[in-house]
Design a protein around this ligand. Structure first.
Ligand SMILES: C[S@@+](CC[C@H](N)C(=O)[O-])C[C@H]1O[C@@H](n2cnc3c(N)ncnc32)[C@H](O)[C@@H]1O
Length: 424
């Protein structure tokens, strides 16, 4: 069953059907890559950037969409190439950098020869055949990702610049923690990884029999309390998510880790799309893309932080129409919770804390985007609780900058202290 879902014939006469959660994954990938490249190049003082993009489990390049009369739906390699072109066009036109150059190299890997051949034919048919003829721009490799990860890392080192790895396997043992560590240690590198959490959990009871748990995933010491939780309980889902993030932060040595839950059924995430990054701007940008595709009700699950942001298939919403319009409520809940988290930190910094510092030090703990942080602080400025200093002077600007200092308002402090003394 699973095999048929991801089976491409070499000539493209057989294409797999796309599923709703895979569509959501593709949209997140595209949107994130576009945002990230536009920010990376738009903020760059120079006129060119180098980036190496590796799609380590690339598949055959095209699907059929049963929800759209079996129309063609492009897979990750074609989407990645087209998104890079689109992002460069935006940088040139909207960022006033008409001669900006992006030196991009794509590496596509798959261990199924039929899929590789299908990808080549789909690239031709999508008008991207020229990539097949230019090995400086595009390499297509038939083989196991783990056998070629060194080659990819060396290529990134040689080319210098940034790197982006999209790792989208079907199983949990195709990418080793060691590879994740080495990719992240490249610096200016990041990974979007499909972590098949449902499978990891299902077989965890057999972890002593399955060597890969220890050797590949390095999972020893993680998920240890799993069996103490009631099956299917919110607390269990939360535990799984938190342990997953801890695993990648500690074993993967990734300074910035964030997850997005993808559900194929109603009850538990099939996989997490995990974003691992060596720097904060990458995580800042992916959160915007994740909000765009979130269909999970934060209001219901925020206290528990069960799944964080995520995507459930549309049939769930057909049965539960009340939760379709959730973005507004989610934002209100998100800012409320953010307020509870941020105010104690600001109060603990009597000389103030920069927007950049407070955002970077807390961004992995909540779903809020940078815009939500700014909105939350502005609301407290309006409430006369906080003030913002820019270049040593109070500012009333609403568009806050990373270097702005957020300080608890002195008048409020005095007022509060006077009240306390009077009541003593
Ligand atoms: C989920 S599909 C990829 C879909 C593709 N990323 C997309 O979004 O269009 C997984 C692919 O990985 C390939 N694959 C499985 N194990 C692999 C391995 N160890 N190394 C490289 N490719 C592998 C399969 O042949 C299959 O084409």
């Amino acid at each position: 069953m699973d095999n048929k879902k991801f089976s491409w014939s070499p000539d493209g006469s057989e294409l797999p059907e796309i599923e709703p959660h895979t569509k959501a994954k593709h949209r997140i990938l595209e949107e994130y890559l576009e945002r990230y490249l536009v920010t990376l190049c738009g903020n760059n003082r120079g006129k060119r950037k180098t980036i190496t993009i590796i799609d380590g489990f690339c598949g055959g390049g095209m699907y059929l969409d049963p929800d759209d009369n079996n129309a063609l739906w492009a897979g990750s390699p074609i989407r990645i190439i087209k998104t890079v072109d689109k992002a460069l066009d935006i940088v040139r036109r909207e960022k006033a950098k008409p001669d900006y150059q992006l030196d991009t190299k794509f590496i596509f890997i798959d261990n199924n020869k039929r899929h590789i051949n299908c990808l080549k034919s789909q690239l031709e048919q999508s008008g991207l055949g020229h990539y097949l003829k230019d090995s400086e721009k595009c390499k297509i490799i038939f083989g196991e990702f783990e056998d070629y990860v060194d080659e990819c890392i060396n290529e990134v080192r040689q080319r210098k610049g940034s790197s982006f790895f999209f790792l989208d396997p079907k199983g949990w043992s195709d990418v080793s923690m060691d590879s994740i560590r080495r990719i992240i240690s490249l610096q200016k590198s990041e990974i979007v990884y499909t972590y098949m959490v449902e499978k990891v959990i299902r077989f965890l009871n057999k972890k002593d029999e399955v060597k890969a748990y220890k050797n590949v995933l390095e999972v020893e010491g993680y998920y240890a309390l799993l069996n103490f939780y009631l099956s299917g309980s919110p607390a269990k889902h939360r535990y799984i998510k938190d342990e997953t993030l801890r695993l990648f932060r500690e074993r993967g040595k990734a300074p910035f880790v964030y997850s997005f839950a993808l559900f194929a059924n109603k009850t538990q995430p099939k996989y997490y799309l995990i974003h691992l990054a060596s720097n904060p701007p990458a995580q800042r940008e992916i959160k915007y893309a994740l909000w765009e595709h979130n269909t999970i009700d934060l209001v219901y699950q925020f206290e528990y932080g069960i799944y964080g942001l995520g995507f459930r298939t549309p049939d769930y919403y057909e049965q539960n129409p009340s939760v379709i319009n959730i973005t507004k409520e989610n934002e209100a809940k998100c800012i409320n919770n953010l307020n509870d988290d941020l105010m104690p930190i600001i109060y603990n910094h009597p000389d103030g804390i920069s927007l950049d510092e407070i955002h970077t030090s807390t961004m992995q703990k909540n779903p809020a985007t940078l815009d939500h942080y700014i909105q939350c602080i502005n609301e407290q400025v309006d409430e006369q609780e906080l003030e913002v200093f820019r270049d040593g002077k109070i500012t009333t600007a609403k568009k806050l900058k990373p270097g702005d200092f957020i300080i608890r308002k002195k008048y409020k402090q005095l007022h509060f202290m006077n009240k306390t003394f009077r009541n003593m």
